[in-house]
Each structure stands twice: as structure tokens, then as C-alpha cells.
Write a protein that binds this ligand. Structure first.
Ligand code: 16G
Ligand code: MG
Length: 545
């Protein structure tokens, strides 16, 4: 096969450092950028095979999200804009780790196993974030695609969710939208301005939002969006990449983990702010009060705001659709309690990682999913969309139902259903707050978060910890779960779990309790149990100050 010869020649230009082993993890490959050139070339090959197999366009995004600037990474996007199916992640790992001389054999094995018709055309969309390493690494992806005879379209600088969107648009022949940035901005901004028409008498202050762009791609793209928004929303963009370093003391991950303001943002008490992460697929909101205290509105608060808005609209529209909220074990206990007992919506808990939440959300008419860290979106089943469109087109219904149907229709259009999208989520949240005439403080008081703490413990092999029940209970090592259960019993409103990280070589510990002191103490005690029972290395965990 001519193409295999080409691969053989070209792969020599992207050699694999002998012995280097990397894994296609929760969100693709992610590590120091200087170890990734061969991975990129090979992911270009894999995407081409995946495209031939699915007979559809596949996406490849070069980014390391919220990781430091020195890192980079790559993830593949499947035909409907969702993450690469898990059955192919193994091929990613195989291709990444096969030594140079075995590359063709590994490639041919995949072709054979998947019965891929190599004569079929392949189409791959490629995007990258603003890291200095992204340009040459995305070129390596393009080289891989070309070597296997695939066609590529290089979108250049885009957010991760924008590339997911393009792939979905392409494979739905434009039904989801135009596969261009212009198409993306106009679909979202038109939906926003339709929704904003239903907000009454907003002052300039209420229309004003401060955005921390994490010095990344999100800052550039939200500025491009701005010109489409007219006067409906006024943005002040901080950490726009003109000076500071990517994700350094800023961005959604920093704000969520540190529970404090990002560097370089100027705010007055009560001002509404949000932060994106480095590839703009996460968003968190926050404000400071008159005493200068910081208040975070994370993915759980966002899910609550969105799902209560949707539930009200469904009631007003008289539509009987099943709505559910999907969370992970990290969801604050107060949010779960509020959703189940006050709002009375179905709540599901899945393992950490977007693909798990996404799949669970697909089981409902309307599935709202958010990780506490701010990654999330809303999925509407085809049936639900159909019923909403039908109602919106019905001329024989009263004004209240008509208005609710119109709002639901535009809500569908403002949402990027392929994956969590900071820009799209931001527009939806802004529209909901505007329609409800709600301040960020009023949104914050829907429920109060239980104090919580997250810690990391280093162990010699984090795989000794196996979990069950959506990561809420540890099955191994023996005795660990019993120890956690005993510790939790000592505190009020307490909950704790441990899980091996999918992105870092650590075990993560989460604890919540009635007070911050108790949450801190419980997290520390559980860390000690992990250290003692799961092969802790280095110094024993110290109590928090
Ligand atoms: C990845 C996941 C994110 C998850 C995080 C957990 C995607 C696109 N991203 O960033 O959803 O919250 O990993 O990291 O799936 P951890 O396993 O290190 O705690
Ligand atoms: Mg991200």
C-alpha cells in the first residue's frame, strides 16, 4: 500500500524517543510539550483511520487545557462532536507507545481488527490553542493525516468546544450550524439576543460581565464574539494573553481550586465575574461581597441555575419532558440535596470525566450535566427538540405557552450540545440572569455550599486504589473504605471519598463537613489513611493550617 510507505518515510521525521510510554487518558494525551511530537504525528494517523472507519469527519484538538504553558496535549473528536469512543482509546495508547520500527505493524493491526476500507476518503479537522508549542505540534498532526492520504482542514486557533462544534456541523451537513467560526458566533449571538429581548429594564451595570480569559484561546475568541453581541452584553476581558502567562494564577481551575480571585482582575463588591480555563471548555462565576469575601459559583451552582430555568419553562410550556441533572462525586452535597429535595429533579452521579457525564445525560429528554469544576452543557434528545419546535410553531396556544416555547427554542440554539463550552455556557447564564432579573448574589443564595477540601496524596502506585459506586467508595486496598467510613462518622454532614487521578500521578481526597475546620480535619485524616494503607511515599501528609 502506497500510503504505508509514506507513513514509514514520514514517521522518521517524528521519531519516538525509545522507551517513552504515555497513555490516552481521561482527555487524551497530556504531558510536557517536548515529548509529544511523535504522539501528534501518530494521532494524525489514528484520526485518519477513525475517519475512514466512521466515513465521517473527525477532529483533532491540540491543547493541554488548564495545564501549565510548558505542557501540551491532544484529543480526538468523534463524528457527532463527542469525545473519541473509549473502544478506540486503546488504539491511541498502542500507537503512541509502539517503537519506531513496529509502527507499520501496529497500524496494519488496527486496520485489520476494525476491517477498515483503506480506499475510503478521510477528512480530519485540526485545531490548536495558544501555547507556543501548539503550532509545530499541530503541524505534526497534519503531517500524520497527509502521510495516510487523508484530507485535512486546519482551523488554526480555536477553543476546544469550537472544534467539537465544527465537526458536528460538518457531519450533520450543516443541520447543527455552519462549520465556520462566523457560523458559530452568529448562531450563539442571535439566540442570545432573542433571549435577552425577554429581559426588562436592565441597567448598564447589569449588562456588564468581567471575563478572565486565563491568558488563553478563550480570551481571543470571546473578543471575536463581542462584535456580534451588540449592546446586549458588555464584556471587560482580563488576562487576555497580551501580558500574562497562560493559566498562571488565573483561569477557571486556579479560581476553583484556590477559591480566590485571579490575578489582574479589577472588581468592586458585587461585580459579576467569570473565568475560563486554557481551552475554554470550563467556566466558573464569582464575586466579592462588601466585606471583601470571595464567593464562588461553580459547576454545581451553574447546573442548578440552568435546570431550574428549564424546569420552569417546561411547566409554562405544558411539556411533559423528563429532565435530569448529572453530577460526579465532587458535586457539593448541598447541591445534590437541593436538586433532589427542593427542585425535585432526577440526579445521577457518574465517574469523573466528561464522557461519562455526557453518556449519562443522553438517557433523558433533557440532560443537564456539570462537573463541579465548571465543565458542562445540556443535551436535548431528538424527541424533546421535536416537541419544543412543534409547540413553538403551534399558532393555537396561549401567550404563556408560546413565550415558554420560544425561550426553550432559543435555549437549544445557544447551547453547544457537543461538549461543555465556556462561551456558550456564559451566554446562557447571562441570558437566564437577565430574564429572571437576578443578581449574582441572589443566584448564590439558592443554596449554601457545604465547606469542603480537596487534597492530593502521593503513593507508589495509585492503581492500588480501585473504586465503585461512581468513585464514591474504595474497593481496594483492604480496610481503606472502613477507615474512611469511621472518620466520616466523627463529623456532622460529612462525606469523603478518594480516587486515583486520571491526569496526575496522585490520589485525590475529597471531604466535606459542617464547618471548614471539620472539612479540613476530615480531609487530612483521610489523607493519612490513604498514605498508611495505599503505599504513601515521601513525607506523611501534614494537617492544614
Ligand atoms: C480531565 C477531564 C475532566 C476531569 C478531570 C479530572 C475531560 C475533557 N476532562 O481534565 O472532566 O474533571 O480530568 O482530573 O474529560 P483528575 O482525574 O486528575 O482528577
Ligand atoms: Mg479544558
Amino acid at each position: 500500500m502506497a500510503h504505508f510507505k509514506e507513513v514509514s518515510q514520514q514517521s522518521g521525521l517524528h521519531p519516538k524517543p525509545a522507551g517513552l510510554v504515555l497513555q490516552y487518558g481521561t482527555a487524551g494525551f497530556r504531558t510536557n510539550a517536548n515529548q509529544l511530537d511523535h504522539i501528534m504525528f501518530r494521532m494524525g494517523l489514528l484520526a485518519t483511520l477513525r475517519s475512514k472507519k466512521t466515513k465521517a469527519t473527525i477532529g483533532v484538538m491540540v491543547t493541554a487545557s488548564h495545564n501549565p504553558e510548558e505542557d501540551n496535549g491532544v484529543k480526538l473528536i468523534d463524528p457527532m462532536g463527542e469525545m473519541l469512543t473509549s473502544s478506540w482509546e486503546g488504539y491511541g495508547t498502542q500507537l503512541a507507545n509502539t517503537e519506531q520500527e513496529e509502527l507499520l505493524t501496529t497500524l496494519k493491526d488496527i486496520v485489520e481488527k476494525e476491517a477498515i476500507d483503506m480506499s475510503h476518503e478521510a477528512n480530519v479537522f485540526v485545531g490548536k490553542d495558544t501555547r507556543s508549542s501548539s503550532a509545530s505540534l499541530s503541524q505534526a498532526v497534519l503531517d500524520g493525516i497527509k502521510a495516510l492520504g487523508g484530507h485535512s482542514k486546519d482551523y488554526g486557533l480555536v477553543t476546544t468546544p469550537q472544534l467539537h462544534y465544527m465537526v458536528c456541523c460538518q457531519n450533520t451537513q450543516g443541520k447543527y450550524g455552519d462549520a465556520t467560526l462566523e457560523g458559530y458566533y452568529s448562531k450563539l449571538s442571535q439566540a442570545f439576543s432573542q433571549l435577552a429581548k425577554n429581559a426588562s429594564n436592565r441597567t448598564d451595570d447589569q449588562k456588564h460581565l468581567r471575563v478572565d480569559g486565563a491568558n488563553g484561546i478563550g480570551a481571543i475568541k470571546v473578543r471575536e464574539l463581542e462584535s456580534h453581541l451588540k449592546k446586549d452584553l458588555q464584556l471587560s476581558i482580563f488576562n487576555d494573553g497580551s501580558r500574562g502567562k497562560l493559566n498562571h494564577q488565573c483561569g477557571a481551575d486556579f479560581v476553583k481550586v484556590q477559591q480566590k480571585l485571579p490575578i489582574g482582575i479589577k472588581i468592586n463588591p458585587g461585580d459579576r465575574c467569570c473565568s475560563f480555563d486554557g481551552d475554554a471548555d470550563r467556566i466558573v462565576y464569582y464575586y466579592t461581597d462588601s466585606k471583601g469575601h470571595f464567593h464562588l459559583l461553580d459547576g454545581d451552582k451553574i447546573a442548578t441555575l440552568i435546570s431550574s430555568f428549564l424546569k420552569e419553562l417546561l411547566n409554562e410550556a405544558g411539556l411533559d419532558l423528563k429532565i435530569a441533572v448529572v453530577q460526579t462525586a465532587y458535586a457539593n452535597g448541598s447541591s445534590t440535596y437541593y436538586l433532589e429535595n427542593t427542585m425535585k429533579v432526577i440526579v445521577r452521579c457518574t465517574k469523573t470525566g466528561v464522557k461519562h457525564l455526557h453518556h449519562a445525560a443522553q438517557e433523558f429528554d433533557i440532560g443537564v450535566y456539570f462537573e463541579a469544576n465548571g465543565h458542562g452543557t445540556v443535551l436535548f434528545s431528538r424527541g424533546a427538540e421535536g416537541k419544543i419546535q412543534q409547540l413553538a410553531a403551534d399558532t393555537n396556544i396561549n401567550d404563556e405557552r408560546k413565550k415558554a416555547a420560544f425561550l426553550l427554542q432559543n435555549t437549544i440554539n445557544i447551547i453547544n450540545q457537543t461538549v461543555g463550552d465556556a462561551i456558550s455556557d456564559m451566554l446562557l447564564i447571562e441570558a437566564i440572569l437577565a430574564i429572571k432579573g437576578m443578581t449574582v448574589q441572589q443566584w448564590d443564595t439558592i443554596y449554601s455550599d457545604l465547606p469542603n477540601r480537596q487534597l492530593k496524596v502521593k503513593v507508589s502506585d495509585r492503581r492500588v486504589i480501585e473504586t465503585t459506586d461512581a468513585e464514591r467508595r474504595a474497593v481496594t486496598p483492604a480496610g481503606l473504605q472502613d477507615a474512611i467510613d469511621d472518620l466520616v462518622k466523627k463529623y456532622k454532614q460529612a462525606r469523603s471519598f478518594v480516587r486515583p487521578s486520571g491526569t496526575e500521578d496522585v490520589v485525590r481526597v475529597y471531604a466535606e463537613a459542617d464547618t471548614q475546620e471539620n472539612a479540613d480535619a476530615l480531609a487530612h485524616e483521610v489523607s493519612l489513611a490513604v498514605y498508611g494503607l495505599a503505599g504513601g511515599v515521601g513525607d506523611e501528609p501534614k494537617p492544614l493550617q
